[in-house]
Design a protein around this ligand. Structure first.
Ligand code: PAF
Length: 275
């Protein structure tokens, strides 16, 4: 695997790489990322991954400084997964001057769910992803469904700005007890790690109830919030939404997803299940 720290070097390599699938990440790679890399490899001549912890998408009180940075271990995993090129710029390469131009996603898409609790987050994500897409110019870009709203925002950005890239989603990878893999799981104490799968179990409970025909979403959401709170969680939201735009369901046949975000101790976890 070739490691590129400059835009020029990455661009030169991309020119001869054929059909390219791109997997942007913030590093601290786990099996969820590696599954995306393998999926990418099946669709292209070469996989380009990126590792860049993007300051623009973190709020002032969020974990930018403490976000795990594990480049050497990440490189080994990428190499083993057959990734051809890694773009690992530092901040001076991505943001050599203050970033004055930004992508502002549609307010309806970012005033809800994660956007309500993380103001500015999706603006930062969309801006860096557009910049990365301009640098890499891939044919295909892969994003995990664990960040469901991020996937929706980025799909819409690609569509509305006519960016010539195909967006491909990757399924969430879970630990044996159901916890969705996430770099932030590393923040959990052993007790919190044992408690953490309750979030997934609550989503599963809602999913099964809806599939059985219970469409009292508010009751299901309220029960799940209460159950988590009773076990020491601080839920931000648990919501049954339409898959397409993450707005509340209107028609009986709307394809649905149930999404949640909750804090366990100091760690904020998110998860979702398509119903
Ligand atoms: O999902 C992530 O890891 C990040 O939000 C992304 C897409 C790499 C942008 O920084």
């Amino acid at each position: 695997m070739q490691i590129h720290t400059t835009i020029e070097s990455l661009r030169a390599a991309r020119k001869t790489a054929g059909r390219v699938a791109f997997v942007p990440t913030m590093g601290n790679l786990h099996e969820g990322h590696i599954t995306l890399m393998r999926q990418a490899g099946e669709k292209a001549d070469a996989v380009i991954a990126s590792i860049f912890v993007n300051r623009l998408q973190f709020g002032p009180r969020e974990d930018f400084n403490s976000y795990p940075r594990t480049l050497a271990a990440d490189c080994e995993k990428l190499e083993a997964a057959g990734v051809a090129h890694l773009f690992a710029p530092d901040e001076g390469v991505m943001y050599p001057e203050p970033q004055h131009y930004h992508v502002d996603p549609a307010p309806a898409q970012i005033s809800i769910l994660e956007g309500e609790f993380r103001p500015g987050h999706f603006r930062g994500v969309a801006t860096v992803v557009l910049k990365l897409l301009n640098i890499v110019q891939p044919d295909l870009a892969l994003f995990g469904k664990k960040d469901y709203q991020q996937l929706m925002v980025l799909r819409n950005m690609v569509h509305q700005l006519a960016i010539p890239v195909e967006v491909m989603p990757g399924e969430t990878v879970r630990a044996e007890d159901g916890l969705a893999l996430s770099s932030r799981n590393g923040y959990l104490s052993p007790e919190e790690r044992a408690e953490a799968p309750r979030l997934y179990r609550q989503l599963l409970r809602i999913c099964e109830a809806v599939r059985r025909g219970d469409h009292d979403f508010l009751k299901l959401e309220t029960e799940a919030v209460a159950e988590l709170a009773a076990h020491g969680w601080k839920p931000d939201y648990i919501a049954v939404r339409r898959r397409a735009d993450l707005q509340p369901p209107v028609h009986a046949d709307d394809p649905l997803v149930v999404l949640a975000a909750a804090k366990l101790g100091r760690t904020r976890l998110i998860d979702n299940i398509e119903i």
